[in-house]
Design a protein around this ligand. Structure first.
Ligand code: SF4
Length: 162
């Protein structure tokens, strides 16, 4: 995952990366993988040189993970590979294809983004800002395969194979 690799390398080099990759890549990945918010917050606290409590807690728990129940943000900042491809140069050199959601070359962000929407569609049903995204699920003819691929991706991430 080229996008994750370049940010982790940034963090290892200088214990810092810009707010946007923190939100779009790191927090997004934690959100759509279902990572425990407190565990991700602790990791962010350990990694970043500017990890002041008053910034880290609202940015990670509220803005990044939507784990405050939507007090800070009216919708979760969840995004798939197509969005990351539009916003960054990372996908050009990546092993994965941001347009694919199933198959071995599918972008893990794309797979997990749709899986996140699928898993949480009932919870988002009354959030009008999520309507368009959740409605997009109806267009997917490969939802059963996507759910299987999402489990493979989660397992691959867990084992460090992705
Ligand atoms: S294809 Fe997916 S994993 Fe690869 S750089 Fe793009 S968003 Fe990241």
């Amino acid at each position: 995952m080229n996008c994750v690799k370049s940010i982790v390398s940034d963090i290892e080099t200088r214990a810092w990366t810009h707010h946007i990759p923190r939100l779009m890549i790191l927090s997004n990945l934690a959100l759509i993988t279902g990572t425990k918010p407190i565990e991700f917050l602790d990791w962010m606290r350990e990694q970043f040189i500017d990890a002041s409590e008053w910034v880290m807690v609202p940015n990670v728990i509220g803005m990044g993970l939507h784990a405050d129940g939507g007090k800070l943000m009216t919708k979760p900042y969840a995004a798939g590979g197509a969005y990351i491809n539009r916003m960054t140069q990372s996908c050009k050199g990546c092993h994965y294809d941001p347009k694919l959601r199933v198959g071995d070359n599918a972008c893990p962000f794309t797979t997990l983004y749709w899986d996140f929407l699928d898993r949480n569609k009932e919870a988002f049903a009354k959030n009008h800002r999520m309507g368009q995204q959740v409605n997009g699920l109806k267009r997917l003819s490969d939802l059963p395969e996507l759910r299987v691929r999402a489990q493979e991706v989660l397992s691959g991430l867990d084992k460090g194979e992705i």
